[in-house]
Design a protein around this ligand. Structure first.
Ligand code: FES
Ligand code: FES
Length: 161
């Protein structure tokens, strides 16, 4: 008997009931009501759909969900905790880093992957990590500043604790 694929999404184990080959983006939005992850191009060209799969950025618009059985998926909905917003979310608010906001959930997820791996990134590291993302509003400068601000806030918090 074939075992039912499962995904752990933002810490919750979810059975996968979508038809085989359904992309992760559709599963997140249509089956689980997780609407933060956005559809932009559907072709790995804009980054609006990026989520973390076992901590690494993945294009949810093209990745079949059933190919991911057993992995851990993090979406923007999984960033904040009971203690409050993630420092990246706070920094994006503080820097007013975005205009329409459409690109931001993917960008926040790539930025999280970067800071998890490299808590003190240079500006060049940030630019490289966000290179796959398009922002039609042209908010790039504020977005980069926000990631720098989050990194600084996280570093100062870890020094205090
Ligand atoms: S919607 Fe996935 S990269 Fe554009
Ligand atoms: S803030 Fe509008 S696309 Fe980036």
């Amino acid at each position: 008997m074939k075992t039912q694929p499962i995904l752990t999404i933002n810490g919750v184990v979810r059975p996968l009931t979508a038809a085989s080959g359904t992309v992760l983006l559709d599963v997140l939005r249509n089956d689980y009501g997780l609407m933060a992850t956005r559809f932009g191009c559907g072709a790995e060209s804009c980054g609006a759909c990026i989520v973390l799969v076992d901590g690494k950025p993945v294009y949810a618009c093209t990745q079949p969900a059933d190919s991911l059985s057993g992995v851990s998926v993090t979406t923007l909905e999984g960033l904040a905790t009971a203690g409050g917003l993630h420092p990246l979310q706070q920094a994006f608010i503080d820097e007013q880093a975005g205009q329409c906001g459409y690109c931001l959930s993917g960008i926040l997820m790539s930025a999280k992957a970067l800071l998890d791996l490299n808590p003190t990134p240079s500006r060049a590291d940030i630019v490289a990590a966000l290179d796959r993302h398009l922002c039609r509003c042209g908010a790039h400068v504020r977005i980069i500043r926000a990631v720098e601000r989050a990194a600084a806030a996280m570093a100062s918090k870890s020094k205090r604790s």
